[in-house]
Design a protein around this ligand. Structure first.
Ligand code: SF4
Length: 315
């Protein structure tokens, strides 16, 4: 069983942590409650941090021409500059984190479905967008997993988010401990199929980077390049077609040792997966059982087979 490094996650304080919402409430989200057990949490409430009390009058997001900001209509108060200063200050003092999990629909934290108005008094609805805090975080940290609890109710978005935070926490751990190239080679080997599932292109470039390592070059340089490529790779779409190709690759690893019936059964399951009729975990379990049966350490060590703690799967 894989040992996981706890991801370091910035979490909106009102998600199960503190009653800091404008109306003094707290949001109870069962998935977030479970996820917290597996993560190291940095709690943040941007609105309380800029001096707004609890409870407080509502604020709204507006977009007037090129100006995007937040406003508290009841007090006639533009809070955009306060929020920008708080966010940039937070970013410059933040330790290395593996992702953000923010509150949906919020004028500050919403990654999705935040109501944006065409005027500062919230009279004319314009479109559904992002909260201002979330918008800056997304812009400044484009390769980090940043989601809100609303979007995580979608199974595919949640699975990708979990894969990314648990992979990035292991990368962070590696970066902190890296002393020689063999550690990086070992890491890359364990992530081979997971990287292929996200981006074959990145996986090749990273393989070449490690393969062409020359002792004259500082390890720090390769570490930095590898880490950026890893984050970039995991920002790519996780498509069923790519995953089916990875499954075929792993199948190729075992096919000579399998019976005809096993082979055709597995191939038909890949097709069902490709068509969205079954979940990937069915295929992962079959591969795991082959790895145990043929005592294949290389496949057993692949993070692709257990990309995040199983307990989080059915939340
Ligand atoms: S959504 Fe963000 S700003 Fe609003 S209460 Fe929650 S943490 Fe605070």
């Amino acid at each position: 069983m894989r040992k996981f490094i706890k991801p370091k996650i910035v979490l909106s304080s009102c998600l199960n942590l503190e009653p800091v919402r404008y109306n003094g409430e707290i949001i109870k989200d069962p998935f977030v409650i479970k996820l917290r057990e597996y993560c190291e949490i940095i709690s943040v409430c941007p609105e309380v941090s800029i001096g707004l009390g609890v409870p407080r009058d509502k604020i709204i997001v507006y977009k007037e021409k090129d100006n995007y900001g937040i406003y508290q209509p009841s007090k006639d108060l533009d809070l955009t500059q306060d929020m920008l200063s708080f966010t940039y200050n937070l970013l410059s003092n933040l330790p290395q984190v593996d992702g953000f999990l923010l509150k949906s629909k919020s004028p500050s934290c919403g990654v999705s479905n935040t109501l944006v108005y065409a005027d500062k008094h919230g009279k004319e609805f314009y479109f559904k967008g992002k909260g201002i805090f979330a918008q800056i975080i997304l812009e400044k940290l484009p390769n980090l997993p940043i989601e809100d609890e609303g979007r995580l109710r979608n199974r595919e978005i949640r699975e990708k988010y979990l894969i990314r935070i648990f992979s990035l926490s292991e990368l962070r751990n590696l970066e902190n401990q890296l002393k020689n190239i063999s550690q990086l080679i070992d890491f890359h080997q364990r992530y081979k199929y997971l990287l292929m599932a996200f981006s074959q292109k990145h996986s090749k470039i990273m393989g070449n980077l490690i393969g062409n390592f020359n002792k004259e070059k500082p390890l720090e340089d390769i570490k930095k390049t590898y880490s950026n490529l890893f984050k970039e790779a995991l920002s790519s779409a996780l498509k069923r077609g790519n995953q089916a190709n990875v499954l075929l690759h792993i199948f190729g690893h075992f096919s000579k040792k399998l019976k005809e019936g096993e082979k055709s059964h597995f191939l038909s399951l890949i097709e069902k997966y490709r068509m969205g009729k079954i979940e990937i975990k069915v295929l992962r379990e079959i591969i795991k059982s082959w790895a145990y049966r043929f005592d294949d350490q290389y496949i057993m060590n692949q993070t692709y087979l257990e990309p995040y703690p199983e307990d989080l799967e059915e939340s």
